[in-house]
Design a protein around this ligand. Structure first.
Ligand code: SAH
Ligand code: SF4
Length: 373
């Protein structure tokens, strides 16, 4: 017998194709999307508007394959982090960050990552495998269930529990393009999660040709991990820069802006002590992005075992940000959330593996850089 179809893998188009292949009318596909994603239902017998004959067919041939959490921790500040089993010893992480006016879910697209940025614990793990559409959207599906708010409803104030999704967890989304695209389409689909394009942000290390494809296929808000103001430094920090250098990357950002739901690109910049955080770097950055409408998000570095790097001190981050602000660039410093549960991107799953490796090597554990209030 064939393996059951995981219906979480199917966006609207694929669901319509599945219905056609099973002699079912197209509106059944819409109903299924609504039951699965809007109502958060996995059990076919509970899908009461679906004809009994189809429910039986579904039970025989399909499933809604839930991701299994290996751990679930809530930080003192309310940040909640799950480590999700994706089989064969691999795990990915998902983080929920509640704020007064919004709730942001940070999800992963790959187990590991091949880009191997110097400061990233996911990169240090190497690449394991791409997640499927069902595993990417399955994170939103699961978080909705765990947080007690299905997509189309909200809390008692009518506010959605998950109002924003960011693809900033483990992996490079644009190196797992088709599954990520189908998952994005489900996030935006009114029969599924109905999120606006402005509230879904894809973060990339700069896979230039795929940025163009995303602009054509499904332009959501874009964040680009810049981290350096010149090619020599970026080649070292983000090895993908050797393939797609800054000039090409910025040109791709400008092309993306033609179709983007927001009129700026968010540049992410991890602040590394003595590496990319001087006044001169900030000034070089200002001239680099002169022709690209953008905002900067300065990210305090999250040290991890074996990272061999230090984060910039708080006052250095502020001084750096001041130079960008003086040049008229909107700049924010990312709040550190969930420090007590290692809730930064790429931290927890890495920690599981790193601890074992470090114990084997007897290495020194680099402490988190203290952040002054
Ligand atoms: N691969 C994509 C998305 C996942 S990484 C990308 O690189 O954009 C999401 C963000 O976390 C990126 O901006 C990345 O640079 C940042 N990041 C990775 N490791 C980090 C660390 N140790 N401390 C702080 N930020 C980190
Ligand atoms: Fe991959 Fe992003 Fe980490 Fe770089 S920062 S290694 S692209 S996950």
């Amino acid at each position: 017998m064939d393996a059951p179809t995981n219906l979480l893998d199917l966006d609207a188009e694929a669901m319509a194709a599945w219905c056609a292949a099973h002699d079912e009318k197209a509106f059944r596909g819409t109903q299924l999307l609504q039951w699965i994603h809007r109502a958060g239902v996995a059990d076919f017998s509970a899908m009461t508007t679906i004809a009994r004959s189809l429910r039986e067919k579904l039970t025989e041939t399909a499933e809604v394959r839930e991701l299994q959490p290996l751990s679930d921790h809530t930080s003192e500040d309310g940040t909640r982090k799950w480590l999700l089993d994706v089989g064969q010893g691999n795990a990915v992480e998902m983080v929920y960050i509640p704020e007064t006016s919004r709730g942001t879910l940070c999800i992963s697209t790959q187990a590991g990552c091949a880009v191997n940025c110097r400061f990233c614990s996911t990169g240090k793990q190497g690449f394991n495998r791409n997640l499927t559409t069902g595993e990417i959207i399955g994170q939103l599906w699961l978080a909705n269930r765990k947080l007690g708010g299905v997509a189309a409803s909200g809390d008692e104030n009518g506010q959605r529990v998950i109002s924003n999704v960011v693809l900033m967890g483990m992996g490079e989304p644009l190196l797992n393009y088709q599954p990520t695209l189908a998952a994005l389409r489900l996030m935006l689909d009114d029969n599924a999660y109905g999120l606006s394009r402005r509230r879904v942000t894809l973060s990339t290390s700069g896979v230039v040709p795929m940025m163009d494809r995303l602009r054509d296929d499904c332009p959501v808000a874009l964040a680009v991990s810049l981290h350096a103001p010149n090619d020599a430094l970026r080649d070292d920090l983000v090895p993908l820069n050797r393939k797609y250098p800054l000039r090409e990357l910025l040109a791709a950002c400008n092309r993306y802006l033609d179709r983007a739901p927001r009129d700026f690109i968010t540049f992410e910049y991890v602040m590394l002590d003595g590496i990319n955080d001087s006044d001169a770097h900030a000034k070089q950055l200002v001239s680099l992005v002169r022709d690209t409408p953008c905002k900067f998000n300065l990210i305090p570095f999250n040290a991890f075992p074996g990272s061999e790097l230090l984060g910039s001190l708080r006052q250095r981050i502020r001084a750096f940000g001041e130079i960008l602000l003086q040049a008229g660039i909107v700049t924010t410093i990312r709040k550190t959330r969930g420090d007590d549960i290692d809730a930064a991107c790429g931290q927890l799953a890495g920690a599981v593996q790193d601890r074992t490796r470090l114990a084997q090597r007897g290495a020194r554990i680099v402490p988190l850089v203290p952040v002054q209030a």
